[in-house]
Design a protein around this ligand. Structure first.
Ligand code: RTP
Ligand code: MG
Length: 148
């Protein structure tokens, strides 16, 4: 089953949007297999966003992501990488559609609430960067069939 790495960024944490965001992915039917609060170090931020090293916004991006804690998650499900990106909306909240996380809650591109892996290679790399194997669980939803 496919897995992706999602992260509520410092603005989402400070604005108390963790529950809202987790809820959207739960209701969609995806399975949460790992989650934690953490303060991202400068080194971790630079590695995570390494692909943007030469971009003019890189330093701002690193200082923003290290400015306050984040909520890191691993979600599992059918086509979850692409679906989560759809649910997040476009990078720039000004262009993100209503109904998407960035469209509903984001204001500016430098503070756009949530990160999500953009490919299976990124997902694998980012999950390994943020989580140890023993921090992730694997399970089937066997109880819910008795209560629905
Ligand atoms: P993310 O990696 O955070 O999930 O966002 P993304 O894939 O939608 O966008 P990406 O191109 O990977 O950019 C990473 C983050 O850099 C910031 N950014 N600022 N000032 C700008 O023009 C600009 N462009 C990108 C955004 O915060 C974006 O999420
Ligand atoms: Mg990206």
């Amino acid at each position: 089953m496919e897995r992706t790495f999602l992260m509520v960024k410092p603005d989402g944490v400070e604005r108390s949007l963790i529950g809202e965001i987790v809820s959207r992915f739960e209701k969609k039917g995806f399975t949460l297999v790992g989650a934690k609060m953490l303060a991202v170090s400068k080194e971790l931020a630079e590695t995570h966003y390494g692909e943007h090293k030469e971009r003019p916004f890189f330093n701002n991006l690193v200082s923003f992501i290290t400015s306050s804690p984040v909520f890191a998650m691993v979600w599992e499900g059918e086509n979850v990488i692409a679906e989560a990106r759809k649910m997040m909306g476009k990078t720039n909240p000004e262009e993100a559609q209503p109904g998407t996380i960035r469209g509903d809650f984001g204001v500016i591109v430098s503070m756009n609430i949530i990160h999500g892996s953009d490919s299976s290679e990124s997902a694998k790399r980012e999950i390994e960067l943020f989580f140890k194997d023993e921090e992730l669980v694997s399970y089937e939803k066997t109880i819910s069939k008795w209560v629905q």
